[in-house]
Design a protein around this ligand. Sequence first.
Ligand code: SF4
Length: 318
Amino acid sequence: MAKMPSYTRFTSIRLLVWYLTAELVIADAGWQSRLVSKSADRLTHAEMPTTKATIRAGYNSAHTRTEQMMSGGQSKIEWTERTWNPTVGCTKLSQGCKNCYAEGMSRRLQAMGTPGYENGFKLTLLENRLDEPLLRSKPTIYFVNSMSDLFHQSVPDSYITQVFETIRACPQHTFQILTKRAERLASYCGRHDIPLNAWLGVSVEDKRYGVPRIDHLRNVQASIRFLSVEPLLEDLGRLNLRNIDWVIVGGESGPKARPMKTAWVERVKQQCEAQGALFFFKQWGGWGADGVRRSKKANGRLLAGQTWDAMPDPAALI
Ligand code: SF4
């Protein structure tokens, strides 16, 4: 076989290097994110405390990018700052779950090969994420389990306790835990001490499933008890807001969004004012105040001409 001239070999190698470099540069964000996710994932639970000093900077930069794809990260949700998902996946149990955002997103992330979503929307415990908030020193408000429900029947009590141990070990942060499993929340909290920096909330989408959850929540020992009235699907009627500190109201978004009427929102707001609960209006969602279908952004979040952003002050609770 004829030997390739040395200048041709050199050019071929250069072309190969150039090609590989170009591949790396133009790789899509998801691909890059998966690469970074893998390196972040390699930090096991046991490794983090011992190697924290040396790898912290590297981990945090990888982590910031990967959170957006896998655990959470900076959140667009108006009433929080970041998300933290030590579990992912869930099962539907009431009308508010019908168009669950987490379900569709989990399946998309599974299709993209995103670490943590190998099981799609099946409830999965992700122990490698339990320490994530420990690695962030800046005081932050975390929404816990935006992609799941911590009190799902497949999450053992021992795992919930591990989540609360992380919360207890991060007094600089505030953790908002929202569930539709209000009975289990009350049962668990009746047997365990809940750290001051954990705010506990239940979803209240309708009278049949949502409103009864408030009774379970009001007797739970927590520094802040809150309601997420989203998606608000009907007039909730008279509400007992005793021991409820904060109420968030929002309409449904997404292609199958169900409309929300102004009168339903106003009635919740008036009851908050009368009973001393803080009121936060999150969004109209897919249907505007005028009953017209538009994008969530176009419909905005004005109620009676203004925004309503009241929420508890984490600093005041320390
Ligand atoms: S409880 Fe929440 S995460 Fe679970 S299915 Fe219902 S809406 Fe989705």
